[in-house]
Design a protein around this ligand. Structure first.
Ligand SMILES: [Zn+2]
Length: 424
């Protein structure tokens, strides 16, 4: 059995790990480099790199397994040869579909707008390009639809094992800032490998981490763990503490905007619960968030006894309930792309009545490289007079990683998904 970390040993994201035997190759993640991390690559370079990986040992039975749907783990899926099976959790597949179908809808909207204004030759050229963009969206969506999936078993039930050639892969649910993330037990040539994916203990769903490891991560030869936080000093408070802090500031302002990710089920639940505690109606204005909340409610509403059930008011340019919002106050969850809409909504509010809770990674506005690549988070923050950061990372802190190693007692540890020079 051979473990080869193709990428992601000395960088956060862009993960590709291969486990192979004489007859079989299994890849864990096929991730795109995060913007501003590692060498920037063109799409052609990405395609060539993935092609070269699969051209090697092409006679072996091969499959790709994704730990979760963040782009730095799944982002190169379109370059994987069409005859190689790709596996992701059923929830992860739904999130990916939601993301790419929302993108396509945006491109179609832009094309329609272009058609209305289509008078010049230049615009006609743009329309042809836009049509190509939409065709590409369709290709990506059909690739995602072909992904094979596994369903999370009921609590305390043993998950099903998936077999590829002579390698066995068993997925175990874990807690991360992306919905339906998993870690894997991989059995090959009599060896047992545990791959954590991205994980944390300090979320609502993190209480299962150590019981799962104690029960299933036994006799492990090699532990492959993420190490995102090893060099970072961010405070890892529990997700419920994020909720308490949010509720206390929500009380002090009539209008509250929260900047958060559409695919982080736990953070969305935290914000929803805080809005309930402070008796403020909950609004959203982001198309992807509307869709992910429907997915979360359908898949998790009942089993979570309502924690992951969402019924916010959805507002858009065509349907803004401004009078009622102005009168009653609100909590509005937003994505980074919705700033113009929110500025229009709040333009005649007294700025001192409006609070922005910034509930995302602070690197997006603090790190100059991140800002250069995507200035939207910084612009969002700067548009408000009152801003507070309330966040906790989606990744395990050093203490948790050390405890994982202590509990699993592996013969060897490989630490991936970490900053250059970070050490255990
Ligand atoms: Zn992740």
């Amino acid at each position: 059995m051979i473990i080869k970390v193709h990428r992601g040993l000395e960088q956060v994201g862009g993960c590709i790990t291969e486990i192979s035997t004489a007859t079989t190759r299994v890849f864990i993640d096929m991730g795109q480099n995060l913007p501003g991390v590692g060498e920037p690559t063109t799409e052609e370079q990405d395609a060539k790199m993935v092609n070269d990986i699969f051209a090697m040992d092409a006679h072996k039975q091969t499959a790709v397994f994704y730990t979760h749907a963040h782009g730095d783990h799944v982002g190169l899926f379109q370059h994987v040869p069409a005859d190689i099976p790709q596996y992701i959790s059923a929830g992860g597949k739904e999130i990916l579909l939601a993301k790419y179908e929302t993108l396509k809808k945006g491109h179609e909207g832009r094309k329609e707008q272009g058609l209305i204004n289509s008078i010049s030759q230049m615009l006609k050229g743009w329309l042809v390009t836009q049509q190509a963009v939409i065709r590409k969206d369709e290709d990506l969506i059909s690739r995602i639809k072909s992904f094979r999936t596994w369903e999370r078993p009921k609590p305390h039930a043993t998950p099903p094992t998936l077999t590829v050639g002579d390698i066995r892969v068993t997925p175990f649910f874990n807690c991360h800032s992306m919905y339906d993330s998993h870690m894997f037990l991989i059995e090959a040539d009599g060896k047992r490998i545990w791959h954590t994916g991205d994980y944390r203990e300090h979320g609502y769903l993190g209480k299962g981490l150590f019981p799962t490891l104690r029960r299933y991560a036994t006799d492990i030869d090699v532990l492959i763990t993420e190490g995102t936080m090893l060099n970072r000093t961010d405070e890892c408070i529990h997700e419920s503490e994020v909720g308490r802090r949010m509720a206390s500031v929500m009380n002090a302002f009539k209008y509250v905007i929260v900047l958060a990710s559409s695919t982080d089920i736990e953070r969305l639940a935290t914000i929803k619960e805080a809005s309930k505690t402070t008796h403020k109606p909950l609004y959203i204005c982001n198309g992807l968030m509307k869709r992910t909340m429907l997915i979360f409610t359908r898949r998790e509403g009942k089993v979570s006894k309502g924690l992951f059930e969402f019924h916010p008011h959805y507002i858009s340019k065509k349907n803004v309930k401004k009078d009622s919002m102005k009168k009653k106050g609100f909590v509005l969850i937003s994505g980074a792309s919705n700033l113009a809409f929110i500025q229009e909504l709040c333009k005649d509010f007294n700025p001192s009545d409006v609070l922005l809770i910034y509930s995302s990674w602070d690197g997006y506005y603090k790190d100059p490289a991140q800002v250069a690549l995507n200035p939207r988070y910084k612009s969002f923050r700067e548009a408000f007079t009152n801003v507070i950061d309330i966040h906790t990372p989606g990744h395990a802190d050093r203490k948790t990683i050390e405890k994982v190693i202590e509990v699993v007692k592996p013969k060897e540890v490989i630490c991936i998904h970490k900053e250059p020079g970070a050490e255990l």
